[in-house]
Design a protein around this ligand. Structure first.
Ligand SMILES: NC(=O)c1ccc[n+]([C@@H]2O[C@H](COP(=O)([O-])OP(=O)(O)OC[C@H]3O[C@@H](n4cnc5c(N)ncnc54)[C@H](OP(=O)(O)O)[C@@H]3O)[C@@H](O)[C@H]2O)c1
Length: 337
């Protein structure tokens, strides 16, 4: 199976190249870049052991030679490329946010630009395998989830599916390493600005809010609003999300680990930790795993769920390859372990 990667020189694109080079069932046909066209990718990322050369984006060539295309471009840039590829019958995995929200008005409100591929929004499947595995298997367009969204939804889905919490009291306090912002240079991500510091940003305005609300609302079958506060921490990669909610009935707390274990049974990339243990970023980076730890407090009926993952893998490229495996009828962990 031939695959191509559009935007291969970004952080997520490079992770796709790294994993797909060793994937037993696919070959990389074409990698694209605007800024580095004509250069070998290993001149950009010397750790990538390949002679692959970055090409200018040529949709005709990619469509002729590849069956599956990963699009790792910035949001708003991605949608037209995805639209072209879908119209030529390609199976597409979009890592941007352009196809995650099914309502074009919501997209316009949060991303400040109108959606040019409204019809395709109906076809796109939200690429969270642990929740939408069956739909992903038959999908031709997968909207790969955001990194914070993946960690928050995986932490909350079992509680919502089993109707265990009061939905109006959900708080998500999340921290991310700086690669979450991509490779582009900005003052906010400049080394002296973030080193030896930690700060919240986009409080109540982060673009993953509508995505999280949309997905957990879909699980529960009703509109849910969350409080979401992301923080930037001086790490290269990794996310930790601490989610707070109130249990409807504290007596259910004793069985809570089993609720999570049952929900994620047979799912290779979510690990529920024993009581009293909590995940650390250093234990998930460079893996496609999400590790989850849980605590409860009777006096306040509070449940605290901590989930951690690598933003570039389970939060982006690893998850995209997990989705591709499902689309191709392969074991979902092929090439990822
Ligand atoms: N970083 C994360 O942790 C993460 C997690 C989940 C999802 N995502 C999403 O995945 C996508 C890629 O993220 P990233 O972190 O890899 O970004 P990045 O490091 O900034 O890379 C973006 C890529 O797109 C190309 N590009 C930039 N502007 C372009 C334009 N106007 N037209 C065509 N190509 C353009 C860039 O390279 P050239 O200049 O070489 O073409 C580069 O290959 C984004 O939509 C992001 O939101 C990122």
């Amino acid at each position: 199976m031939q695959v191509s990667i559009v935007g291969a020189t970004g952080y997520t694109g490079a992770e796709l190249v790294k994993i797909l080079l060793h994937h037993p069932r696919v070959d990389i046909e074409c990698i694209t870049s605007q800024s580095f066209a004509g250069k070998r990718i290993r001149e950009v990322y010397p750790h990538l052991d390949t002679e692959l050369v970055c090409q200018k984006l040529d949709l005709n060539r990619i469509s002729l030679e590849s069956e599956v295309v990963f699009v790792a471009l910035p949001h708003s840039v991605s949608m037209n490329t995805v639209g072209e590829l879908c119209s030529r019958g390609k199976r597409v995995l979009d890592l941007s946010a352009d196809f995650r929200l099914t309502d074009p008005c919501l997209y316009e409100k949060w991303y400040g630009t109108s959606h040019t591929q409204k019809e395709l929004l109906k076809e796109a499947v939200y690429g969270l395998p642990e929740v939408h595995g069956d739909r992903i298997r038959g999908a031709s367009l997968v909207a790969n989830p955001g990194c914070y969204s993946t960690s928050a939804i995986l932490a909350l889905a079992p509680l919502l599916e089993n109707r265990l919490i009061e939905e109006e009291e959900i708080i998500i306090d999340a921290k991310s390493g700086v690669s979450g912002a991509g490779r582009g240079l900005t003052l906010d991500t400049h080394y002296p600005e973030i080193n030896e510091s930690l700060h919240p940003y986009a409080v109540n305005s982060h673009r993953h809010i509508p995505e999280i609300e949309h997905e957990i609302g879909r699980i529960r079958g009703k509109r849910i609003d969350v409080t979401f506060v992301p923080h930037l921490v001086p790490l290269n990669r990794g996310i930790i999300s601490t989610c707070y909610a109130r249990l409807k009935n504290f007596s259910q707390a004793t069985d809570i680990l089993n609720v999570y274990r049952n929900f994620y049974q047979g799912m290779p990339f979510v690990e529920i930790l024993p009581a009293g243990e909590f995940p650390r970023i250093k234990d998930v980076v460079y893996s496609n795993r999400c590790r989850i730890g849980i605590a409860t407090k009777e006096a306040t009926r509070r449940i605290i769920v901590v989930s951690s993952l690598d933003n570039l893998l389970k939060g982006a490229s690893g998850q995209a390859i997990q989705n591709m495996n499902l689309m191709l009828g392969l074991d979902e962990s092929t090439g990822l372990k």
